[in-house]
Design a protein around this ligand. Structure first.
Ligand code: SF4
Ligand code: SF4
Length: 342
């Protein structure tokens, strides 16, 4: 059973006041509040047995195992018994990859490099920050279930209940997942940090990119070769674009292993000259157009308005939409016409 209490009796009665976990989650996302304290680096571990140092295989298996069997990967009322996420994809990118400097100009100077966020964690522990070449980022894609995708694909104006609940509980679970891995590494004397569970992770409106956080899981996942961007700005992976993403930084040299397409739109039909624009038709806010692709501000207004809708109708404190990521050819895979073109 999920560690959150059974909510059937509780939140259904006091919709705007009762989903405390949801409110805490929203404040954490916007202002970096309410996170548990950071784990302390075990500096007594002077030499780790080389055979015991986590490698790429260890990270892949550990994340897969957590998604397969973690008690928090579980939906609540009225979807008891269903998982939130299916089998994930995992990739790696080195801390000295020049793409992180490009992100500073593409996203903005506020976006952390892996070294900057690792330095914050090193300073917390009064140790010297590792060099960028000794750092890696572990990135993962957690696909939503077919039922969640089907429900949202059937929605036309507002987010479906399964999708809304998956966003809220999925985010809470994702934070537990990274925290458990980071805690384990720190206890072994390996410096690690999950930026989205630190007070450094706060969303703001920036001049060039609108609402953004200082650590974009989406851009990190692209850097790790896990997917490319669509017209809707979601990341299209081999398991589609209906997912949540996560990432964390470790003081280990992990091999990237996945090829990153140079074309950041390699998996989007429209950008590759194949007729599509299904996401344009799916958007109830006209926030995606052929000419200008994704208008983040128009999207933001619709998504922000969904908070009231979700609270009134689903009695949880979350916002969401994702209509353009469901009922489209890139929902659950790279569109067939582009699958073998790389
Ligand atoms: S629906 Fe079509 S145009 Fe829109 S992102 Fe997906 S592949 Fe691209
Ligand atoms: S998330 Fe919703 S509002 Fe935003 S672009 Fe997609 S369909 Fe439109």
């Amino acid at each position: 059973m999920n560690k959150r209490p059974r909510m059937k009796e509780r939140y259904r009665h006091f919709s705007f006041l009762s989903d405390i976990e949801g409110m805490k989650n929203a404040l954490g996302e916007m202002h970096g509040l309410f996170f548990l304290g950071q784990p302390v680096l075990n500096q007594e571990v002077r030499r780790i047995d080389p055979g015991g140092i986590p490698d790429e295989k260890w990270f892949i298996q550990t994340i897969k195992d957590k998604i397969a069997s973690h008690p928090e990967n579980a939906m609540e009322y009225p979807f008891y018994g269903e998982p939130i996420y299916e089998d994930p994809l995992i990739g790696f990118v080195r801390g000295n990859d020049p793409i992180f400097d490009q992100f500073k100009s593409i996203i903005g100077p506020h976006h952390f490099t892996p070294w900057e966020i690792m330095k914050w964690q090193a300073d917390n522990n009064s140790v010297k920050p590792p060099d960028p070449e000794d750092i890696s980022v572990v990135s993962f894609v957690m696909p939503f279930t077919p039922k969640t995708k089907q429900d949202n694909a059937a929605a036309t104006d507002w987010v479906a209940e399964r999708w809304a609940q998956s966003r809220l509980l999925g985010e809470i679970f994702s934070q537990s997942l990274v925290r458990e891995i980071v805690d384990g590494l720190m206890s072994q004397g390996i410096l690690a940090v999950a930026p989205d569970v630190t007070p450094m992770f706060n969303k703001k409106r920036y001049p060039n990119v609108g609402w953004a956080s200082p650590w974009s899981h989406r851009h990190i996942a692209y850097a790790a070769g896990l997917g490319t961007f669509g017209m809707h700005d979601f990341l299209i992976t081999e398991k589609g674009c209906a997912h949540r993403l996560g990432s964390f930084v470790v003081n280990l040299k992990l091999e990237p292993g996945r090829q990153r397409p140079d074309d950041i739109h390699a998996h989007c039909l429209n950008y590759q000259g194949v007729s599509c624009l299904k996401c344009v038709k799916r958007c109830p806010a006209n926030a995606i157009t052929r000419e200008n692709a994704h208008d983040k501000e128009a999207c933001y207004r619709k998504v922000a308005a969904s908070l009231k809708y979700c609270n009134t109708n689903y009695h949880i404190f979350i916002y969401g939409c994702g209509l353009c990521a469901t009922g489209v050819p890139c929902e659950s895979s790279i569109p067939e016409a582009l699958r073998f073109s790389e």
